[in-house]
Write a protein that binds this ligand. Structure first.
Ligand SMILES: *Cc1c(COP(=O)(O)O)cnc(C)c1O
Length: 642
């Protein structure tokens, strides 16, 4: 983050935060230094200033942290996926059609599902469910009769009955067999109810996915039938006269596939299996390529775990042309194509906005360090280094001073532990140590070249910014799987950021932090941020949280769900947007109730104790009433800091 001159431009801000690389065209920085959201690629003049969104949220009395959802981005992504498939299919003269489905598990929020179903209606875009609760939701919300409802996940008899209920209300339900025993249960049920199901078969693929989820395929995968099981399933279905029910071949080799080669290999393998099965008179009509379409969270266009080395157009082309060519070669009909992209549809549409409420700075430098009679030589020596730095001469070598001060500090610690150094002397050493590091850093900022080892100084001097949120609730994958999510301030981007920071949250957990950021060429431990100004709020946003992060959060420290604000764009509005809905986050009462507490009884318990104090004369009755009112009000309040 070194800059020789003090000039700063918006372009540099764009560069260090990588906003155009991960933003997919939806985010930019305006001349005012605020982040702009451009929710529709076909309306580049429709720009929403994120700082104005934050102002509106605050003036509506909604507290932060808050999830902000841009419904138009959700719609844009649904349209983009569907039109890309349609265009590629047309270009390739492919005979089948595209019937995408959105996997509900990626973001189950009702408003999200409603928006996706609505945006996808003209494309016959459907839903995918992987559990009974998701199926229940899909049955109610996937109302388009021409779209598919794909059922994955392990299924018990009740799940299968629900699926057959769906067929009765004319839903295009395809039951994907993940495990052989599901087939026998399904056959029995279909006989009992006299309903012919539509069956899909999930194949356990040999090809390995790439990235964090690569164990979703291969022989040891949790889901899917091996080739032997598939052949046995076919014999069984032929014997039961149900082979005409088998319509779909399914595979899913993992989420966030970082390398396009995994996709090419999977398409190759699956298309050969498809052609073979067609030749064995299995009347397949669809091939479902599952999820895996990755999001370039760090903007590096690489095979990093949080990135990918391909774009949507390449992904779609590999699928359409791959199946097209292999089917043509084998002389079999080209199947309809289904995909289950979740991450790529929802990641961009939401972000978590939180306020930085404090700074934890290493090293205090205001302790008096004047020489004292008979002080220890370590103290004298370290002071001499500080003096030299304050008035440097030709021979002053920063690297040497750094090495010496590091050594003196560790000697001081040892001496203190042996009882040789007093607490006062140790405090002086510490103070001088930090003063020296700060000095070295200032001087380095003026030089053109920084020796490798001195890079450590910025890290040593970096601050922790305390932000009002919980990583476990709002950015679970950052904690769980080291996912890099873009984080940046929403304003002041026309100002040079002068601090290197990591972020800590308000949970009492030392894991409650974000220290993986987008770096120059690799993941960086620190993020450049601005120094905090008194009387000016400093908001930062965690972006691309719309897939999984929104719904996987946990209750660590009983910080519950955060407030949610739904933003719709509107060209006629002076600010180009309006807040359509606010979904209140958890109150303290809510989170306690989910842990089996009864807030009303708790209030009584506390009141009893207060009454005792009043009876004993330790509290005035009026004070007691105020205290119990306060406790009651707190129960109703937001779990995060005010
Ligand atoms: C999780 C999952 C998906 C969604 O994957 P993304 O990588 O988010 O697109 C799709 N299909 C199946 C079977 C899944 O388990």
């Amino acid at each position: 983050m070194k800059k020789t001159a003090d000039t700063w431009s918006i372009n540099e801000a764009k560069n260090i935060y990588g906003i155009s690389r991960w933003g997919n065209g939806y985010f930019d920085i305006g001349d005012s230094g605020d982040i702009h959201v451009i929710p529709r690629h076909d309306q580049p003049n429709l720009k929403i200033n994120l700082a104005e969104v934050v102002e509106d949220i605050a003036s509506a009395g909604i507290q932060f942290p808050a999830v902000v959802r841009f419904h138009d981005i959700l719609r844009s992504q649904v349209e983009l996926l569907n039109t890309t498939f349609r265009q590629t299919i047309a270009e390739a003269n492919y005979q089948g059609q595209y019937f995408g489905v959105f996997p509900v598990k990626v973001n189950q929020m009702r408003e999200v599902i409603e928006e996706i179903v609505d945006a996808g209606s003209s494309f016959n875009y459907g839903l995918e469910a992987g559990s009974k609760p998701e199926l229940i939701a899909a049955l109610a919300y996937n109302t388009n009769k021409d779209s598919l409802t794909i059922l994955n996940g392990y299924k018990d008899e009740e799940y299968l009955r629900l699926a057959l209920l769906g067929l009765k209300i004319e839903r295009n339900i395809i039951i994907v067999i993940e495990k052989f025993s599901e087939l026998t249960t399904l056959i029995a049920l279909s006989k009992e109810l006299g309903i012919k199901p539509v069956i899909g078969i999930r194949v356990k693929m040999m090809v390995k996915g790439r990235g964090k989820w690569e164990h979703s395929s291969g022989e040891r995968a949790k889901f899917g039938l091996s080739m032997t099981e598939i052949l046995n399933a076919i014999s069984l279905l032929k014997a039961e006269d149900l082979i005409d029910c088998v319509k779909l071949l399914h595979f899913h080799i993992g989420s966030q596939l970082t390398d396009i080669r995994a996709i090419k290999e999977a398409v190759q393998e699956a298309s050969l299996i498809y052609c073979q099965l067609i030749k064995q008179a299995v009347p397949l009509e669809y091939v479902d390529v599952g999820g895996g379409l990755a999001v370039d969270y760090d903007g590096s266009q690489s095979t990093n775990d949080s990135s990918c080395n391909y774009n949507l157009a390449e992904y779609v082309a590999d699928i359409v042309y791959g199946f097209g060519q292999n089917c043509q070669l084998a002389g079999v009909p080209q199947p309809h194509l289904v995909s289950e992209s979740g991450r790529a549809i929802t990641a961009h549409h939401s972000c978590v906005i939180t306020k930085v409420i404090g700074e934890i700075r290493p090293g205090n430098t205001d302790y008096a360090t004047e020489p004292a009679q008979g002080e220890h030589i370590i103290v004298t020596n370290i002071r001499a280094l500080a003096d030299e730095l304050a008035a440097p001469n030709k021979g002053t070598n920063l690297q040497e001073i750094f090495n010496d001060v590091e050594q003196l500090k560790s000697q001081a610690m040892q001496a203190f532990n042996l009882g040789i150094l007093s607490l006062d002397e140790l405090a002086k050493v510490e103070t001088l140590y930090w003063r020296i590091l700060n000095h070295i850093e200032t001087q380095l900022q003026q030089s053109d070249y920084i020796p490798e080892e001195l890079n450590a100084i910025s890290a040593l001097l970096s601050s922790q910014y305390l932000a009002n949120f919980s990583v476990f609730q709002s950015a679970a994958d950052s904690w769980a799987i080291d996912q890099v999510l873009p984080v940046m301030p929403i304003s002041r981007l026309n100002e040079k950021p002068t601090k290197l920071c990591s972020l800590v949250d308000i949970t009492c957990d030392s894991d409650g932090k974000i220290d993986k950021f987008i770096g120059d060429d690799e993941v960086a431990a620190h993020l450049p941020l601005h120094s905090l100004n008194e009387n000016q709020d400093y908001f930062i946003s965690i972006f691309l949280t719309g897939a999984y992060q929104d719904v996987m959060g946990d209750m660590h420290n009983l910080f519950g769900r955060v407030n949610e604000v739904h933003i719709f764009s509107d060209d006629d509005d002076p600010k180009d947007f309006y807040i359509e809905e606010v979904v209140k986050g958890s109150s303290i009462e809510n989170v306690l109730s989910t842990m089996q507490y009864t807030p009303a009884i708790m209030a009584q318990m506390v009141k009893k104790e207060i009454d005792k104090q009043i009876a004993a004369g330790n509290l005035k009755p009026r004070e007691g009433v105020n205290l119990i009112d306060f406790y009651d009000n707190c129960l109703l309040s937001y779990t995060y800091l005010n």
